[in-house]
Write a protein that binds this ligand. Structure first.
Ligand code: HXC
Ligand code: NAP
Length: 285
């Protein structure tokens, strides 16, 4: 679908764009001709990513320090983006915080920190950009990065699950409400994609022997960053102009595989099925 400069009219703000999946999406957006603004809390991380992606793609990208929990910093970020590129017409709510912990070990502050980054950060950015888009009559697109446990919930990451469920609801709610302003809102729900940020906090080395996340994925591999970037590029592009309020799962079949009552039967060796079938058929008599 994407052969050339398909995103050249887009100015895309990616929160948390200095690292991980945000960086990979930014790289592909630049390759497709978009102008990109990345925003997160650490200047040195942003500077390194801007340098790397500029050299690699030759595209136009700036990095702006912004804590998405702070509306005044988001306003300054939007102002800086507009000053540099004339307008902003895509927002990718990608910034997040997360770690595994039994819920009863969390302090209220630990719960807050995750919910504030993920949920408050996403609605702050959506609200402030939305106001600007509506005032300036700009056709725009929002893309929220959630997870598959946004709808299943998950133990041991409860603050993240609560917050991502809120972001999924934000996606559907604004998809319905702001379509009249030509603002589309969609979400991507990834399964595990190796990033330093996620894997160091969710799948630490010490746990590998007990829990192998690969065993949960029927395609038997992790997602490749480019696979997620392809989907993100589609959802922010005009190719998806009638897709709105939707969440697209990209997890190699992981969540359905683990929800299915009988997928554990994968463990039954092929030769045993003759015996099992005979036994079941035998019951008819
Ligand atoms: C229990 C913890 C903890 C832990 C921190 N806290 N780590 N509690 N177990 N492992 C508590 C602290 O004790 C403190 O509470 C409070 O949380 C704030 O911690 P700080 O370290 O002061 O916060 P800060 O330096 O701002 O760091 C925020 C962070 C950190 C969220 C804790 O991990 C971070 O910066 N993360 C950003 C990147 C990230 O997390 N990426 C992964 C996204 S992956 P008290 O009360 O003690 O003061 C993702 C994937 C989902 O979302 C799906 C995968 C399949
Ligand atoms: P990551 O590299 O840790 O990305 C998170 C980014 O958010 C970092 O760049 C971080 O930068 C930024 N951030 C955190 N707090 C912030 C704040 N208050 N203000 C602004 N920026 C902030 O992890 P990732 O794996 O790429 O995750 C990216 C997105 O994908 C997240 O939404 C995550 O939930 C989602 N996801 C990932 C996976 C996976 O397997 N990797 C699976 C499902 C969903 P600073 O700390 O420098 O601010």
């Amino acid at each position: 679908m994407f052969k050339d400069q398909e995103l050249k009219e887009k100015v895309i703000l990616v929160t948390g764009g200095g690292t991980g999946l945000g960086k990979s999406m930014s790289r592909y957006f630049l390759t497709l001709g978009a102008k990109v603004i990345i925003a997160s809390r650490k200047q040195e991380v942003l500077d390194a990513t801007v340098k790397e992606l500029t050299e690699e793609t030759g595209g136009e990208i700036i990095g702006v320090v912004c804590d998405v929990r702070k509306p005044l910093e988001i306003e300054a970020l939007i102002e800086e983006g507009i000053k540099k590129f004339g307008e902003i017409n895509v927002l990718v709510n990608n910034a997040a915080g997360n770690f595994i912990s039994p819920t009863e070990r969390l302090s209220p502050k630990a719960f807050d920190i995750i919910v504030d980054i993920v949920l408050k950060g996403s609605y702050n950015c959506s609200l402030l950009l939305g106001k600007y888009w509506i005032k300036e009559k700009i056709s725009a697109t929002m893309l929220n990065i959630v997870t598959t446990y946004s709808w299943t919930g998950s133990g041991y990451v409860v603050p993240s699950a609560v917050a991502k469920a809120g972001v999924l609801s934000l996606t559907r709610s604004l998809g319905a409400e702001w379509a009249k302003y030509c603002i589309r809102t969609n979400a991507i729900a990834p399964g595990p994609f190796p990033t330093q940020g996620a894997f160091s906090r969710l799948f630490p080395e010490g746990l590998k022997e007990k829990i192998d996340p690969l065993k949960r994925i029927p395609l038997n591999r992790y997602g490749d960053h480019q696979e997620l970037a392809n989907l993100a590029a589609y959802l922010v592009s005009d190719f998806s102009s009638y897709v709105n309020g939707e969440v697209v799962t990209i997890d190699g079949g992981e969540w359905l595989y683990n929800a299915g009552e009988f997928t554990g039967l994968d463990a039954v060796p092929g030769e045993m099925w003759d015996y099992i079938e005979k036994e079941i058929r035998g019951k008819k008599k």
